[in-house]
Ligand binder design. Structure first.
Ligand code: G3P
Ligand code: MG
Length: 376
């Protein structure tokens, strides 16, 4: 099931103001650029933590000599696990350019739209990195990472003693956990929703604990009951990391959890998946790009999405035909898809089922093509 919703302008406004402060030396009020670029991260910009395909050089072409941004661009990734502000810092350090949190749209970014529904409910956040911190930053008040939640339930993982790699592991400790620790009673405080924020680390333990929560009305070990809500930040079956062949992603974890839950319960698992290729992700990317554009050209107010403010072209540069290219194709005009050979796609010609508007070797070639086409 795909969730269709749009970011609220007010939520983006805060990052937009921060962005304006960061770029206060940007060029004076001028013509709004007629195009924007959305970069996929894994398999296009980075692979296993290292820049690839000439990405630092490609991005530097989008800045003026004084370091101010001249071409509106964003990162549009299904990955995540840390707050947008932290990812922006990490990417700035890695790629050698100044990147604002406004320019970072992660798989889990749309979770903030569920705040009004679960703000004061107990929720569990799953995945690598700092999943609970991500949700706390979005405003959720009672958040536990699955590591912390499992630690409250003695013997929930019968294999924990064999996981030597878990011994001495530093769990995600937040002020929130300390506060919750004293007030939480796992026997009576039901989990109302579970969020798969980023790729799960311990699939066996996570599937076990999630099955417990989702089968028993949010109270593991108790009688079967109504299924709490379940959200996935994306549904990528595979993605490109450092290893030569693709790695199993969040979509693979979803399939594993779903098939086990359905067998154990004899009823279907209900869930919602976000991320590319959902059309709402591309619609949201358009308005974020619009805000980046209005900020860098010195407009004081956030512009609305009226026709004269729309982009003539938006380029999606991705490595995954099923996710990035199909998403851009479904979104339609003004999206133009560019497929690189640095990640999931390794073919010689275009992809058969999800052909891109253009296939290139890497992101540097993609950016050169765009700048030439736009006569810059
Ligand atoms: O876990 C990350 C992966 O599923 C996809 O990342 O940047 O290729 O959308 P990206
Ligand atoms: Mg990718």
């Amino acid at each position: 099931m795909r969730f269709r919703s749009f970011f609220r302008a007010s939520q983006i406004k805060a990052s937009s103001l921060l962005f304006r402060r960061l770029y206060s030396h940007s060029r004076p009020q001028g013509r709004r650029p007629s195009f924007g670029i959305a970069f996929d991260i894994d398999g296009v910009i980075i692979r296993g933590g290292d820049p690839i395909g000439g990405s630092p050089q490609a991005l530097s072409r989008l800045y003026a000599e004084d370091g101010s941004l001249k071409i509106p661009y964003i990162f549009l990734t299904n990955g995540g696990g840390v707050p947008e502000s932290k990812r922006a810092c990490e990417l700035s350090g890695l790629l050698g350019v100044q990147i604002s949190p406004l320019q970072v749209v992660l798989g889990h970014s749309p979770f903030r739209n569920l705040l009004s529904r679960f703000e004061n409910d107990l929720i569990v956040a799953v995945g690598k990195g700092e999943p609970a911190k991500v949700m706390l930053e979005y405003g959720f008040k009672k958040v536990l990472s699955i590591d912390d939640y499992a630690s409250f339930l003695k013997d929930i993982d019968p294999l924990s003693q064999y996981k030597s790699w878990r011994i001495n592991q530093i769990y995600e400790i937040t002020k929130n956990v300390d506060e919750l620790h004293s007030s939480l009673n796992v026997d009576s405080d039901a989990v109302k929703a579970t969020f798969i924020v980023s790729d799960p680390v311990d699939w066996g333990r996570d599937i076990q604990v999630l099955c417990d929560i989702l089968s028993c009305g949010g109270l593991p070990g108790k009688a079967k009951g109504h299924q709490p809500a379940l959200y996935f930040a994306s549904d990528d079956l595979q993605y490109q990391a450092a290893f030569p062949s693709e790695r199993l992603g969040m979509g693979a974890f979803r399939i594993a959890l779903e098939s086990i839950f359905n067998r154990v319960n004899n009823r279907p698992l209900h869930y919602t998946s976000f991320g590319k290729p959902n059309p709402f992700v591309f619609k949201n990317a358009e308005s974020v790009l619009m805000r980046v554009a209005s900020t860098i050209c010195g407009e004081l107010d956030i512009v609305d999405d009226t026709k004269e403010n729309q982009f003539r072209s938006i380029y999606m540069i991705g490595d995954n035909p099923i996710v990035d290219i199909d998403g851009a194709a479904e979104a339609g005009r003004p999206w133009f898809s560019i497929l690189t050979r640095t990640g999931v796609f390794k073919g010689r010609d275009n992809h058969q089922d999800y052909p891109a508007d253009l296939v290139v070797e890497n992101v540097q070639e993609a950016v050169e093509f765009i700048l030439k086409k736009e006569a810059l």
